[in-house]
Design a protein around this ligand. Sequence first.
Ligand SMILES: [Zn+2]
Length: 407
Amino acid sequence: MIQRKVILIVLDGVGDRANRELDNKTPLQYAHTPNLDSIAKRSLVGLMDPIAPGIRAGSDTSHLNLLGYDPYKVYTGRGPFEAAGLDMELRPGDIAFRCNFSTVNEKLEVIDRRAGRIKKGTQELVKALDGMEIEDVKIFVKEGVEHRAALVLRGPGLSPYVSDVDPHAKGVRIHDAKALKPEAEKTARILNEFVHRSYEILKEHPVNKERESQGLLPANILLPRGAGMAPHMEDFEKKHGMKGACVVGTPLIRGICRMAGMDTIDFPGATGSYNTDMRGKFEHAVKALDTHDFVLVNIKAPDIAGHDMLPHKKVEVIERIDDAVGHLMEILPENVVVVITADHSTPCTMGDHSGDPVPILIYSDDARREGTEFNEIACAKGSLRIRGEDLMNVILNVTNRAEKFGA
Ligand SMILES: [Zn+2]
């Protein structure tokens, strides 16, 4: 019995609802998808609740669940996964935050949460903050894309239960981090001290003096949000017996894979934006199968269209995905299972994630041929009706890797 390899393709937020602008079809139903439909005809199909029926999954909690990690156990906030996605070293117990470089006035009122979408210089600003110590806590900072950054606190007695410093609005004063549980007093105190020190240091920094002289907004404070504690996560290969890799553009999902011990495959076109190189992602995934058993590919674009509430844009994105999937099937080696699904629905009518189930197809050369088309309605007629936590078991079965239960 040949143990197969597998590509898991997560079309981020591709699930949707009936949309008036699309003749009351979903974007997947409305889009012209000959390749996806052709694969569906040779696949097991069905619907999946990424967490559980009606639960509105985040991309992070859903990906954890799909990869076999219980989000209710390992997830306290997205900070650690964002930090890991920026290649920061994290140890279990570290508290991590996502941050923005922002612009505030001397009353600490927010003028711009994104510091004029600063493009250059954050690396130097980070250097002025990274390695700081407050009490017995060591502080690490790393820059992300544009105004984004991540912050890690390492030391005894820290807690993830602190509120955001970022007020998520302009014209208002930054918030003081508050302890949401008594054991978080120390963390809140250190975080507030760090934010004030970041302002004192950054407002005088040469990069900001230069920006101001050019009429640009200074990146004069770092505003943390999304606190979470770095969990211990069992190594993906030990857990599932498959060596795993990912081709993922968004730092959040990349960080989840890194913390699971999977290899991350990066190339310039692997972004988390509309114009990501979809064909390139599949080409890199196929190449990774030479050395790995399991490759996760995430395509973020449909989720962005859902958040932007642009149904026709989502249709266009889906048709580009269909073209790339056609290319994938041409270059797919033998004995590879292809799973295509989503991490959640992001209906264009809602502009956010919903708790609606997502379509799933599982292609292998001996799959029961259940499908007709790849969309929410056609897939509902298939045999699969699973939760995200079932996915790895289903994959282990179709790849002929599952342990027998009993004799
Ligand atoms: Zn998502």
